[in-house]
Design a protein around this ligand. Structure first.
Ligand code: SF4
Length: 342
C-alpha cells in the first residue's frame, strides 16, 4: 500500500514538471477562457438580437487567438441601423388664434342697451374719471396729470381720487418739477385718503424723478415705458396710452369691466382683469376698446353693482345669463371688497 502511494505521488510530481497536452488542468483553463465571450453574447441577445449578430462575429472563439482575450472595443454597443418610430406630439391649441373665439351672441344688442341706460351720464366716472384729470392744462402737463391720477386711482373710488388730484393741482403739485422738490409727507397729506397713500406718495416722487431725467419732464409714450414706472400696472398703462397719447394698444380693464364681462358671459370665466382683457380683445372690435371702459365702469357704479346688481332696472336682463342670480356667500365677500374699491 505504501509503495502504491509513493508511486502515485511520484507520478503527480513528474506531470507538474512535464505537463502533457491531455492534462485535465490545461483543458479546464482553456475552456474558461473560451466561455467568456459566450456569456456576454447571451446577455446581449436579450436586448438587441439584430445587433448581436454583428458583434458575435468578432468574438467567435475560432477567431480568437488561442489564449488571448478579446479587445474591449469589440463589445462596444453599436447603434442599430434601423430607425425607431418617433413619438407623436400632442397638438397644442393656440390661444392667440382669433378664429377660435366667436363673439358672444347678442353682444351688439347688449351694448346698445347699456349705452341707452348710460345716456344720462350720471355715474361718478363721467365727471371724475382719470381721463378727466388736468382737462384744462396744456398737453404735456395734462399727460402727467393723467398718469398721476391713474396711479392714485388703484383701490380707490373715483370721487376720492378726484379730490386728491384737485388738492395737488391747487397746491401746484401736479407737475414733475414741484413733486421732485416737495416734501414726501406734504404729498401724503394732500392725497389722503386714497388707498395706500404713503406708498403712492413715494411712487409719485420716483416717477417725477424718472420723468425729469429720462423724458424731459414728460411721460413715456410706450406701453413698456409706462409699465416700467413704479406703481403702474397694465390697466393704468393702457388707460394712459389711450388718454394721454391717443394710442390704443389694449382695453383698460378694471374690476367693473372684469366683473360685468363675466356676468354677461362675454369672457370664459376669467379670474383676473388681465385675463379678461386678453379674452375681450379676442373678439371686441377695436373701435370699442376705448369707450368700453367708461361705459362699463359707469354701468357698474350705477346698475350692475358688485354686491346687489339692480337686475330689475336693467334693460338687458332678458339677454344676461346672470340676471337675478343670487351671489354665493364666497362671491359676496369678494364683491364686498370690490365695492369698497369702486
Ligand atoms: S341683468 Fe343684472 S347682472 Fe345682468 S347685466 Fe343687468 S344688472 Fe348686471
Amino acid at each position: 500500500m505504501h509503495t502504491r502511494l509513493t508511486s502515485v505521488k511520484a507520478e503527480m510530481a513528474s506531470s507538474e514538471h512535464n505537463p502533457k497536452p491531455e492534462s485535465g488542468i490545461r483543458v479546464f483553463v482553456r475552456k474558461r477562457r473560451l466561455r467568456k465571450p459566450q456569456v456576454i453574447t447571451e446577455n446581449i441577445v436579450k436586448v438587441e438580437p439584430q445587433i448581436i449578430t454583428e458583434n458575435i462575429v468578432k468574438v467567435e472563439p475560432q477567431d480568437q487567438k488561442f489564449g488571448s482575450l478579446p479587445d474591449i472595443e469589440e463589445f462596444a454597443y453599436k447603434k442599430p441601423s434601423i430607425s425607431l418610430p418617433l413619438r407623436k406630439s400632442k397638438p397644442i391649441s393656440n390661444n392667440n388664434d382669433k378664429t377660435e373665439f366667436k363673439p358672444p351672441s347678442d353682444w351688439v344688442k347688449i351694448l346698445e342697451g347699456i349705452r341707452e341706460m348710460r345716456s344720462l351720464e350720471d355715474a361718478p366716472v363721467d365727471s371724475m374719471g382719470c381721463e378727466k384729470a388736468g382737462n384744462s392744462l396744456p398737453p404735456k402737463e395734462r399727460r402727467f396729470a393723467v398718469l398721476v391720477s391713474s396711479l392714485l386711482s388703484s383701490q380707490t373710488k373715483d370721487n376720492v381720487t378726484h379730490g386728491a388730484i384737485q388738492r395737488l393741482l391747487d397746491n401746484n403739485l401736479l407737475n414733475p418739477e414741484t413733486i421732485d422738490t416737495a416734501d414726501e409727507s406734504a404729498i401724503q397729506k394732500l392725497i389722503y385718503p386714497v388707498g395706500f397713500y404713503t406708498r403712492k406718495a413715494s411712487n409719485m416722487k420716483k416717477i417725477a424723478k424718472i420723468s425729469l431725467l429720462n423724458y424731459h419732464g414728460d411721460i413715456p409714450n410706450t406701453l413698456e415705458g409706462l409699465l416700467s414706472l413704479p406703481g403702474i400696472g397694465p390697466k393704468m398703462a393702457h388707460l394712459v396710452m389711450n388718454v394721454a397719447w391717443n394710442n390704443v394698444q389694449g382695453i383698460c380693464v378694471d374690476t367693473h369691466v372684469h366683473r360685468i364681462c363675466n356676468r354677461l358671459g362675454w369672457v370664459p370665466k376669467t379670474k383676473t382683469p388681465e385675463e379678461t382683457r386678453e379674452a375681450l380683445q379676442m373678439w371686441l372690435p377695436k373701435e370699442e376698446w376705448v369707450p368700453i371702459n367708461p361705459l362699463l365702469v359707469g354701468f357698474g357704479q350705477t346698475i350692475c353693482t358688485p354686491l346687489r346688481p339692480s337686475c330689475g332696472l336693467c334693460s338687458v336682463n332678458g339677454l344676461c345669463p346672470s340676471a337675478f342670480q343670487e351671489a354665493t356667500p364666497k362671491k359676496k365677500s369678494r364683491l364686498k371688497t370690490e365695492l369698497s374699491e369702486s
